[in-house]
Every structure is written in structure tokens, then in C-alpha cells.
Design a protein around this ligand. Structure first.
Ligand code: ACO
Length: 381
């Protein structure tokens, strides 16, 4: 019996703090008019010092878990797609796994630039369809504001922060993620890069002074690449799913620039009502952009069971990726108060367990040290 991978839960988080084009124009040489005309962006959400990639990922994941109505201990794997992880290591996914109390889950981060969420969804689908796992949490989360050069008007106007998550579950019922394609052209790696902080240019005073820890982008080249690849990847994935382009009910592209989206939609002959756009409010949130758009499309009543969706991303790498999804999950009602309370209690309990596990690790280390001291033989005369 073939297995299918269905998206059964979804959730998002964006920082409450909004940075408008007008506010940005007070700090860098740009205008609201230029940004809107060239990109379609009007504002973006920016993380406060208390918000970070893991924290936003956990919020989005909790919402997705509630919609899916699964227990965190049922989750087999947590994948966090991000280019702005909490730390170099441990993986952000491990922090999320612990905060959720997903005690049985494996966890890893996946880095494929703005295509990261699509790469992660394709990975989860393959694992479910191959029978390795049954329930996988896939998250796209970014705090790009921390790697932006706020004096570079060519990049600082484009990006925002946020997180989106889905729960993917195996079933014998046909539907769900039916086809995926992944692509890479590393020869374009330098077109979109954060050059500092890795093994090639480890962090030091020189990398900090020359701002090598911020995004460097050749906008025009990335633009050309994006317009080409968005349409071709979408066409390819629809074909793999056995769909003609007119079968697509909703196209959810990576939200980088409205002109790139319009060009892809035109090439695919998709009318505006079949194309979901929310970048005016969020800017480019990289790996979070497609799950954020998916959540908003569901909230807006634009997706119903049976619909054919194509989601497509492109980004640093250079990478691109697309998935064809036959939607199968009805939008649930609000969580009943007793269930909401149980889920709050569950997270409180997993928080306590995590604190106790950390404390026990300290006690264990202290006791081992004491035993070492007592067992140490006196030096021989
Ligand atoms: N405000 C005012 N003027 C600006 C700004 C700004 N914020 N930014 C650039 N300009 C100026 C440039 O200096 C240039 O001036 P010049 O002609 O005097 O040299 C002029 O505007 C035109 O610049 P272009 O770069 O040609 O502008 P373009 O129309 O290409 O738009 C943009 C630039 C928006 C960056 C576009 O190229 C683009 O969207 N590229 C794709 C970027 C992208 O999607 N990146 C994300 C990839 S995903 C990931 O993995 C992170």
C-alpha cells in the first residue's frame, strides 16, 4: 500500500515590532515609493532582543501541533530550515525539540537559503513515503534582521523576521505532497552570501570590521536567476504530479519581490486570484516565507480540501525547490478551552522536565568530580 504525506497542521509567528518603509527611510537613503515600486514591500516585522529563531520556531510549532491535534511525543522528527540558526551548534531543531517535549524525536537543521522550507518539506515527505517515519514537524524560521547591514540600502529594505511550521503525517489516503523537485547551482554561491563566521573566514576583528557577517547580494543577478527558475521549477513539479498548469488552484511562491512573482505567474499563465502574495506586510523572511504565506492563505479561506497547490522557492546556494500538494485538511475550529489548558500544562511540564534534566546533569558532573578526588591515589614517594 503506498504511503502519502499530508499536511495536517500549520502555524506561524511574527514579531509584533513593525518597521515601515517610512521609518527605514529615516535611517538609510531610500524612499517608501522606491521600495514599493521595485519590491512590493511596505513593511516588515523585526525581532526584539527577546525574540530569536528558536523562540519563534517554537511558537509556530505549538500552533501547528494544536491544529494537527497531535501529542508532541508522537513526533518522530523535527526539521528546522534556517539560514539564521540560534547558534553555530547545537542545531536550532534540538532546542525546539526540547521546548516542545518532543521526547521521541530526532532533530536537525537544514540550510538551503530561502528554499530551505521546500527542501525540508520534500525531505519529510520522502521519509514518510519511504516508511521511515510517520509524523514530522517541518519549520522555517529566520531572524534575518541580525545579519543585515542596516547601512546597505540594496539589502536592508528587503528582509524581515518570522517563522512558519507544518506537521506532516503519513496516511494510506491518496493526496498530500505528491511531487517535489530540488535544485542547486553552486556556481552562483557568491551572488548571495554571508562570507564571515564559517571555516573559510572565521570570526575575528577583521571580519567584523569589514562587515563579513552580513548579507552580500548581487540583486540584479539573483533577480534574473529567480524569474527563470520559479516558472521552470513550478512547471516541472506540476508535470511530475500529473497536473496541467490550469489545474493549479493556488500558487504560493517564495515572497521576495512582487515583480519576480508576477513574472513567474505570467509565464505560468496564472491569474492574480490564483497567486498568493503577502510580502507587502512581511518582506522576504527567507525559509519562513512559504509557510507564513501558506498559513495566511488558509486563514483567508483560499485553500480547501481537494485543492491543488504549487509552492516554489529560490535562494542562496543558489538553490530552488518546489512541491505540488493536493490539500486534504479542513480548517479546524478554535481549540476548546479544556484542550488549550491541557496543551499549556503539557508545555509547562516539558519545561520543568528540561530544567530538571539540566540540573541533574550538573549534579552528576559534581558527584563524578568528588569521586575522582576521593579515588585519586596519593603520589608515590
Ligand atoms: N532605495 C533607493 N534606491 C536604491 C535602493 C533603495 N533601497 N536600492 C538600490 N537602489 C538604487 C541602486 O543604487 C541603483 O542606482 P543606480 O542606478 O544609480 O546605480 C538603482 O536603485 C537600481 O538598482 P537595481 O539593483 O538595478 O534595482 P532593481 O530594480 O534590480 O531592484 C532589487 C533591486 C529589489 C534588490 C532586485 O534586484 C531584486 O529583488 N533582486 C532579487 C533579490 C532577492 O530576491 N534576494 C533574495 C533571495 S532569497 C535568499 O536566499 C535570502
Amino acid at each position: 500500500m503506498p504511503r502519502y504525506a499530508h499536511i495536517i497542521g500549520w502555524g506561524k509567528y511574527v514579531p509584533p515590532n513593525i518597521l515601515t518603509n517610512e521609518a527605514l527611510a529615516k535611517t538609510v537613503d531610500t524612499t517608501d515609493e522606491w521600495i514599493r515600486e521595485r519590491t512590493g514591500i511596505a513593511q516588515r516585522h523585526i525581532a526584539s532582543s527577546k525574540e530569536s529563531t528558536a523562540m519563534m520556531a517554537v511558537h509556530a510549532a505549538r500552533e501547528a501541533i494544536e491544529v494537527a491535534d497531535v501529542n508532541p511525543s508522537d513526533i518522530d522528527l523535527v526539521i528546522v530550515a534556517t539560514a539564521t540558526p540560534e547558534y553555530m551548534f547545537p542545531a536550532t531543531a534540538c532546542l525546539v525539540q526540547d521546548a516542545l517535549g518532543a521526547s521521541r524525536a530526532g532533530a536537525f537543521d537544514l540550510e538551503a537559503g530561502c528554499s530551505g522550507f521546500m527542501y525540508a518539506l520534500a525531505t519529510a515527505t520522502g521519509m514518510i513515503r519511504g516508511g521511515m517515519y510517520n509524523t514530522i514537524l517541518v519549520i522555517g524560521a529566520e531572524t534575518l534582521s541580525r545579519i543585515i547591514d542596516w547601512n546597505d540600502r540594496a539589502t536592508c529594505v528587503l528582509f524581515g523576521d518570522g517563522a512558519g511550521a507544518v506537521v506532516v503525517r503519513g496516511s494510506d489516503e491518496p493526496g498530500g505532497v505528491l511531487a517535489s523537485i530540488l535544485g542547486s547551482d553552486g556556481s552562483g554561491g557568491e551572488l548571495l552570501i554571508v562570507p564571515g563566521g564559517g571555516s573559510k573566514h572565521p570570526t575575528g576583528p577583521d571580519t567584523v570590521l569589514s562587515k563579513m557577517h552580513t548579507i552580500k547580494m548581487s540583486g540584479r543577478e539573483v533577480y534574473r536567476f529567480a524569474t527563470r527558475v520559479m516558472a521552470s521549477a513550478s512547471r516541472q513539479v506540476a508535470e511530475q504530479a500529473g497536473w496541467s498548469l490550469d489545474k493549479i488552484d493556488l500558487f504560493i511562491p517564495h515572497q521576495a519581490n512582487v515583480r519576480i512573482i508576477d513574472s513567474a505567474a505570467k509565464a505560468l499563465k496564472l491569474p492574480p486570484e490564483k497567486v498568493f502574495v503577502n510580502l507587502d506586510r512581511y518582506g522576504n523572511t527567507s525559509a519562513a516565507s512559504i509557510p507564513l504565506a501558506l498559513c495566511e492563505a488558509i486563514d483567508a479561506g483560499k485553500i480547501k480540501p481537494g485543492d491543488h497547490l504549487v509552492m516554489v522557492g529560490f535562494g542562496a546556494g543558489l538553490t530552488w525547490a518546489a512541491c505540488a500538494v493536493q490539500w486534504s485538511t479542513a480548517k479546524p475550529g478554535a481549540l476548546a478551552p479544556p484542550r488549550a489548558a491541557v496543551s499549556r500544562l503539557r508545555y509547562l511540564w516539558s519545561g520543568i522536565k528540561s530544567i530538571v534534566a539540566r540540573a541533574l546533569r550538573h549534579v552528576d558532573a559534581a558527584v563524578s568530580k568528588l569521586i575522582d578526588i576521593f579515588e585519586r591515589k596519593p603520589p608515590e614517594e
